[in-house]
Design a protein around this ligand. Structure first.
Ligand code: ZN
Length: 381
């Protein structure tokens, strides 16, 4: 009980610090028009738009029972200054019960605790408990791609301000155009859609290994013939005909998440992990990887498709028993770190390359999520 009240007291302090930070954040936003209250401005913490404060050593997250996946996904969110810039502008829920169930608010509390504290690591337990109200079970190993999507959607749904929802979308949403063309009469339908990750295969349809990330990207955007039992009904022909299905890339966001589909669902319920070698580059130019037919974008848009690797969420072990950690390149220091629960250490690019994978290494780390960051934000191009 004593511990519980201690925690509550600490939360109160954080809330105070938080509301100060957010007040300051609003001032920064409006500082073009408003010059009043210079005093409050001076009190603004220097870390308003910062990442988890690396000057005091990067802060780890304790594993409070199978939370290595959650910890890795959280660190990727927190080290992204574009994301934390949005998170800091949320509206604080008025009531305690709402606060406990509000995912973006709890995320912000945790970020503040990481930045304000002097500890080498903090506990994500309150945040994990908040997620458990939304069917994200505690003390269970999750899938990082699924957990990223779940958390992202909860944040989006619970952010009250429409402009924040728009900013969050802009930061992560990949826009594509799906084409379906009848091969008999050339009648074509197009549909725009967006997604949060590019789910890239690591094998082709004949179970052959795709050799590089670029090959995998090419394969994902290849046109596909829909024949035999896959034929579609054509309105013009009035019957089922063969179709050509393709997906074209329309727009890429600032933060691009690639999901390497290394967990393979074979015929039965048995999930198989594909650990083979698949290298990925630090610098990636999408306009050079994809052909003209695979894009539906003008030159201005394509000029912004220059990316550099920001983070790798790596998985080691088997599907039934494994461990996650995250390699993240600090955006302020340009230095790679490995976030392994409460342990955080500086690493080199060669260490990150160890996550390329190897067929014979059951316990070796393999990259599962790759997060690329646009080199030049669109407004600057
Ligand atoms: Zn037709």
């Amino acid at each position: 009980m004593g511990q519980r009240s201690g925690r509550q007291e600490r939360s109160k302090k954080l809330e105070l610090a938080l509301s100060e930070t957010m007040k300051a954040g609003t001032e920064v936003q409006n500082n073009k028009e408003e010059v009043e209250e210079p005093k409050a401005k001076d009190q603004r913490p220097t870390s308003v738009f910062g990442v988890a404060d690396l000057k005091n050593g990067a802060i780890g997250l304790y594993n409070v029972g199978q939370t290595c996946c959650l910890n890795s996904v959280l660190q990727v969110f927190f080290m992204n200054i574009h994301f934390t810039g949005i998170l800091r502008r949320i509206t604080v829920p008025p009531h305690d019960a709402q606060k406990r169930r509000n995912v973006p608010y709890q995320m912000l509390l945790l970020l503040e605790e990481m930045q304000c504290g002097k500890q080498k690591a903090v506990s994500p337990l309150d945040f994990a408990c908040c997620l458990s109200a939304y069917q994200v079970k505690l003390f269970v190993q999750h899938d990082a791609a699924q957990l990223f999507l779940t958390i992202w959607n909860l944040i989006k749904r619970q952010m009250k301000k429409p402009e924040l929802v728009e900013d969050l979308n802009d930061l992560y949403a990949i826009c594509v155009q799906e084409h379906l063309a009848c091969q008999k009469c050339s009648f074509e339908t197009k549909r725009n859609s967006s997604m949060l990750t590019l789910p890239l295969p690591v094998l082709d349809s004949n179970s052959r290994i795709l050799r590089t990330l670029e090959d995998s990207l090419q394969y994902f955007f290849r046109p596909e013939q829909l024949t035999d039992h896959n034929m579609c009904f054509c309105e013009h022909c009035g019957r089922k005909t063969p179709f050509l299905q393709s997906m074209k890339l329309v727009h890429l966001p600032q933060t691009l998440t690639i999901h390497l589909k290394r967990f393979c669902f074979k015929k039965s319920a048995y999930i198989h992990k594909l650990s083979h070698y698949l290298p990925f580059p630090q610098d990636l130019d999408f306009s050079a990887v994809l052909t003209k037919n695979q894009c539906q974008a003008d030159d201005h848009e394509k000029a912004a498709w220059q990316y550099e690797l920001f983070a790798v969420v790596a998985h080691s072990g088997s599907t039934s028993y494994g461990h996650y950690c995250a390699y993240i390149r600090s955006m302020t220091e340009c230095q790679w770190y490995c976030f392994n629960d409460s342990e955080v250490c500086q690493v080199s690019w060669d260490d990150v390359k160890c996550t390329y994978g190897h067929s014979n290494l059951l316990w070796g780390q393999t990259a599962y999520l790759l997060i690329y960051m646009k080199k030049h934000p669109r407004s600057l191009t």
